[in-house]
Design a protein around this ligand. Structure first.
Ligand SMILES: [Zn+2]
Length: 105
C-alpha cells in the first residue's frame, strides 16, 4: 500500500501539467520559482502565486498571466469565426458572396 502511494505521484489536472512547463524565475535572485497557486480572475487573466526555490532567498510573489492574441482560431466557436470572416469582407464582395451562397443552397 505504501509503495503504491509513492508511485502515483499525486493527481494533476491538464492545466497543472501545462503550468509546469512554464518557467518562472524569481525577480529578486533569478533562481527558478514554483507556482504554488493559480487564481483565475478572468477568462484571460490569472494571478500566479509563486515561491522561489532558493531557500536562502525565500521570496514569494505574484505574477500575472494575460491572454495576448490568437494565432489560430478555436474551432469551438464557429459563429465567431464566420463573423470575423464576414466583417473583413469588402462591401463590393459581399454581394458576390451572397450570390455564391444562394447558388450553393
Ligand atoms: Zn529568489
Amino acid at each position: 500500500m505504501r509503495h503504491k502511494k509513492l508511485k502515483s505521484g499525486g493527481h494533476l489536472s491538464p492545466g497543472a501539467i501545462n503550468m509546469r512547463v512554464m518557467k518562472i524565475q524569481c525577480p529578486e535572485c533569478g533562481e527558478n520559482a514554483i507556482i504554488k497557486k493559480t487564481a483565475r480572475k478572468h477568462r484571460e487573466l490569472s494571478d500566479l502565486y509563486c515561491a522561489c526555490t532558493d531557500v536562502e532567498c525565500g521570496h514569494t510573489f505574484v505574477m500575472n498571466v494575460t491572454f495576448s492574441h490568437t494565432i489560430s482560431p478555436s474551432a469551438k466557436n464557429k459563429e465567431k469565426l464566420l463573423k470575423s470572416l464576414v466583417d473583413n469582407i469588402q462591401s463590393d464582395d459581399r454581394q458576390i458572396l451572397l450570390d455564391l451562397l444562394q447558388k450553393s443552397a
